[in-house]
Design a protein around this ligand. Structure first.
Ligand code: UDX
Length: 433
């Protein structure tokens, strides 16, 4: 199959490289010449474990290329994937579809043979219809089907998720388009990954429903953690105790500082807005969005409380800034809100993150960036673990205490054991324990 991937960001690049690895002939297209140039030079625009090697080997094999030339890439393709961004629109929280519409228009201008046009971008229900209309207006005679095929990739584990998916969702009711999609994903059927054929609108809803459900699970356990703290229970044991029930499942029940990232915050918000527009408000999702928003600032108050209620003039070391480990992504990271809360209370915040500091510099202008964990901890009155990077899981505790001025450690990811930390001499505070 010849595949054109429109948009060489996170989703486009990972999907394009994986499709090439399946043996398809893939061109990843992007409007940004600097991005394409750096990709041609073998430099990845994002940090994703395994991606650089996967790209390099498929480029060498002649199956993967990069281009700014959308028209000729589309003209040649059996499948055109739309993998452009759908950020939150400023002001109202709806998904901004301008990049999707631009891509549809350009596809319409270049389409030259029978093909499927596949939306991988996360788009509100009904967008497939709109994409179809735009292409049809520009290319009335063209033979194409617009298919929804959402991605379920986790940053940091995206290649594994792509190659061993729990399921593949394909939204189209047209048989030849289903055959095309079967062929594209053929190698995965050998891994026995289930493929779910549904209507286009259903597929669009599945994507948002999946993310909203996962966000709900996290928010549920976060509130349970607050309750556990008040009543002297242990949220980790609660998670195990409920998670072993197969109907609940043990994953996504880690209490923490609230979910962040490029997907959950914007997708829950967009889903909430779409549902309101259709007069079917999703009150549970609305509560999740509200509770998660409030939680980030509440984490700053938790740190302040651990310090006896006052952090004026105190030096606070933040370990981990990205919204989760193994990514350099700072989008909607709880660390941003937590740091601001501490600065507002008069603290000096110094931070270290293994991959996220470049992005953090512009998002957290009031925060001093350190070269390493121990440099951040130097003379700190308090340390806060915000992201559970592996390098923070095995800190040399006596050295930490020797480096810090104070002994308060707030562990927002529960990566240490309370007894162990107490025995080591810390004033240790964690989440829901
Ligand atoms: C998510 C979905 O998992 C993926 O299927 C979708 O396609 C895109 O959004 P991602 O944003 O990469 O992927 O991150 P994920 O690993 O799901 O974590 C999201 C946030 O939830 C992080 O801030 C993480 O720290 C938090 N989280 C996750 C918890 O606080 N507790 C948990 O138990 C799980």
């Amino acid at each position: 199959m010849k595949i054109a991937m429109i948009g060489s960001g996170y989703v486009g690049l990972v999907s394009g490289a994986c499709f090439a690895d399946f043996g398809h002939d893939v061109v990843c297209v992007d409007k940004d010449p600097a991005k394409i140039e750096s990709l041609l030079a073998g430099k990845m625009p994002i940090y994703e474990p395994g991606l650089e090697g996967l790209v390099a080997s498929n480029v060498r094999a002649g199956r993967l290329s990069f281009s700014t030339d959308l028209p000729s890439s589309v003209a040649d393709a059996d499948a055109v994937f739309i993998a452009v961004g759908t950020p939150s629109r400023r002001g109202d929280g709806f998904a901004d579809l301008s990049y999707v519409r631009d891509a549809a228009r350009e596809i319409g201008e270049s389409i030259a043979k029978r093909c499927v046009v596949v939306t991988k971008s996360t788009v509100p229900v009904g967008t497939g219809d709109e994409v179809e209309k735009i292409i049809r207006q520009t290319a009335p005679e063209a033979e194409f089907e617009v298919v929804s095929n959402p991605e379920f990739l986790r940053e940091g584990a995206a290649i594994g998720d792509f190659k061993r998916p729990d399921r593949i969702v394909v939204g189209t009711e047209v048989e030849w388009a289903r055959d095309y999609m079967r062929e594209i994903y053929q190698p995965l059927f050998l891994n026995e990954s289930p493929i779910l054929f549904v209507s286009r609108r259903t597929s669009e809803v599945i994507k948002y429903a999946a993310n909203a459900f996962l966000a709900t699970k996290i928010t549920f356990i976060n509130e349970m953690a607050d309750l556990c703290e008040k009543v002297g229970a242990n949220v980790q044991d609660v998670s195990r105790g409920i998670g072993l029930d197969g109907r609940i499942g043990s994953k996504f029940l880690h209490a923490g500082p609230g979910y962040g990232g490029s997907c959950f915050p914007k997708d829950t918000l967009a889903l909430m807005k779409t549902a309101q527009d259709h007069e079917a408000p999703l009150q549970i999702v609305e509560a999740v969005v509200r509770v998660n928003d409030l939680r980030k600032r509440a984490m700053a108050r938790k740190v302040i409380a651990a310090m006896g209620g006052d952090v004026e003039g105190k030096r606070i070391a933040m370990l981990g800034l990205t919204f989760k480990p193994n990514t350099d992504d700072m989008r909607d990271a709880p660390a941003i809100v937590i740091a601001q809360g501490l600065i507002d209370a008069g603290a000096e915040v110094i931070a270290y993150d293994p991959e996220g500091m470049e992005a953090a510099r512009s998002l957290m202008p009031g925060v001093i960036m350190a070269e390493g964990a121990y440099q951040a901890l130097q003379d700190a009155d308090c340390a806060v673990i915000v992201t559970e990077w592996d390098v923070f899981r095995a800190l040399a505790l006596p050295r930490v205490l020797g480096t810090m001025r104070g002994n308060t450690l707030v562990d927002l990811r529960n990566i240490y054991k309370p007894e162990q930390m107490k025995a080591a001499g810390f004033n240790y505070v964690s989440v829901g324990r």
